[in-house]
Design a protein around this ligand. Sequence first.
Ligand code: SF4
Length: 288
Amino acid sequence: MSLNLDPRQRAMLEAMGVTLWQPLAADAPIAQVAAAIPNAPENIAANANTQRPAARFDQKFTAPKSTLAPHQPLPPALAPGPAIDLTPVATLDWPTLQTTVASCQACGLCQGRKTTVFGTGDHQARWLVVGDAPSEADDAQGQPFTDAPNQLTGQLLDNMLKAVGLARNGTGEQAVFITNALKCRPPASRNPQADEIAQCEPYLRRQVALIQPHIILALGRVAAQSLLQATLPEVTTLPLGKLRGQVHRYQGVPVVVSYPPAYLLRAPHDKAKAWADLCLAMAVMKSA
Ligand code: SF4
């Protein structure tokens, strides 16, 4: 995917509140790009291995009801809980995985859900977006990051995707699959418990194995923890900001961590960092 933004992408960036503030050349050195991004993490330049454009976000959306806070550590008991038997899940095909999740009662979150949220999009997409957990609206609709007219979180995610040339229901080069680490909504949008994350992780693992994405964008601490805990045990104690700006791995797939859209609506000053993360993900895709 080219990092040169076409007029449509620029229009989408405007729609998501992003202003291209310094037209750096597409082949600008990564250190120059990192220096040009306000508040960019210092380790972007150290970890990125290619060039990317720069932009900054400005305030455009109002904040929604608070959800999971990316700066706060998760509950202390983040040691993995009792995991479900991986063997059957690891052999399921896509339709059977969907029906298995739909009827899952492996953790207590099944008791309060209206519906499970398996994910949406093309399950052969090269991009996989993983959020934390379904919102109240997602729980009602059965879709992650619901993009109903009054759902600013879903709308912001859609604009973020469009800015990098993707679409929620896109195909081919525009295809993306969107899911969450947790398939059921925690009551009152509380932080998921360690055992809930552990119980649900095999489903995400199987989704990744079947989709075989080229890049995973982890939007939130729970998503990052679920994906990285096996290779980065300290992920449970690191704030999300410490996980950004570098390329992690999950089952060999590159993982870029960023802020969840709901947080960006409350903290628009961090949109510049989120855009830097998207640029890093694009750079990874370009080099794949
Ligand atoms: S959150 Fe995951 S493990 Fe828990 S009941 Fe829902 S699908 Fe099953």
